[in-house]
Design a protein around this ligand. Structure first.
Ligand code: KIV
Ligand code: NA
Length: 265
């Protein structure tokens, strides 16, 4: 069966249907989400903190993104796979953005790319769309700018709200097929969702966006330490994996694994 396309995504907004998006960073996890019917998967640069052990998304390279996005594509049959353009792979301008996005499309096989910024990324989005690459925007909190923004709710206050509305329109006018709204007040996210004809995908943006995205390691309770208030843990895989590892270790030390059924003669 064919993969979900950006046309399916547009049709869902017309029908008023909400949809879920999850991040994925490897083939095996992606295959589980694909079989669960998750229609869109994001190979987020959140792989920096959630998969590669960096402190932020900032160090993630295009090579790392290409390798893991290729794995997610290989692990899936149905989902639309979106690859994040890492920090430094598009800020120089549209030509650099096109070169980076082309690499993700050709070498990893993604169906779309995502990049951060509204008005400031307008020309990059425009050239990619012209070249035939579907683009997902990302406004509000943009984690690649953590060193200037921090991890704070964005769009609070009249001036910031007006800027967010301009950013949302800029992303849509440039030709993006969808836009992520991260960490913005629910009222503002609802307004953006009403005004735009492309779908909004919320994370920490309340229930009124067209879609919701979660970082999968947060969603399954793998992330260690403190997780943001806007995530929800639907499982506790950290506990489950730790228990399995402790039980295996105990059985090896105690000499009860392996048993006859695991042994060849
Ligand atoms: O990298 C990521 O996981 C993201 C989502 C939070 C939207 O950009
Ligand atoms: Na990201």
């Amino acid at each position: 069966s064919r993969r979900v396309t950006v046309h399916d995504i547009a049709a869902a907004k017309e029908r008023g249907e909400k949809w879920p998006m999850l991040t994925a960073y490897d083939a095996m996890t992606a295959s589980v989400f694909d079989e669960a019917g998750i229609p869109v998967m994001l190979v987020g640069d959140s792989m920096g903190n959630c998969h590669l052990g960096y402190e932020t998304t900032v160090p993630v390279t295009l090579d790392e993104m290409t390798m893991l996005a290729a794995a997610v594509v290989r692990g899936t049959k149905r989902a639309l796979i979106v690859g994040d353009l890492p920090f430094g792979s598009y800020q120089e301008g549209p030509v650099q953005a096109l070169r980076s996005a082309t690499r993700l499309v050709k070498d990893a096989g993604v169906g779309a790319v995502k990049l951060e910024g509204g008005e400031r990324s307008h020309t990059q989005i425009g050239l990619l769309v012209q070249a035939g690459i579907p683009v997902m925007g990302h406004i509000g909190l943009t984690p690649q700018s953590v060193n200037t923004l921090g991890y704070r709710v964005q769009g609070r206050g009249e001036e910031a709200a007006q800027q967010l509305l301009r950013d949302a329109k800029a992303v849509q006018d440039a030709g993006a097929f969808a836009v992520v709204l991260e960490l913005v007040p629910v009222e503002l996210a609802a307004e953006v969702t009403r005004i735009l004809h492309i779908p909004t995908i919320g994370i920490g943006a309340g229930p009124e966006t067209d879609a919701q995205v979660l970082v999968y390691t947060d969603m399954v309770g793998l992330t260690g330490g403190k997780v943001p208030r806007f995530t929800k843990q639907y499982a506790n895989l950290r506990q489950t994996l730790g228990d399995a590892a402790r039980e295996f270790a105990d059985e090896v030390i105690g000499g009860t694994f392996p048993q006859e059924e695991h042994t060849f003669h």
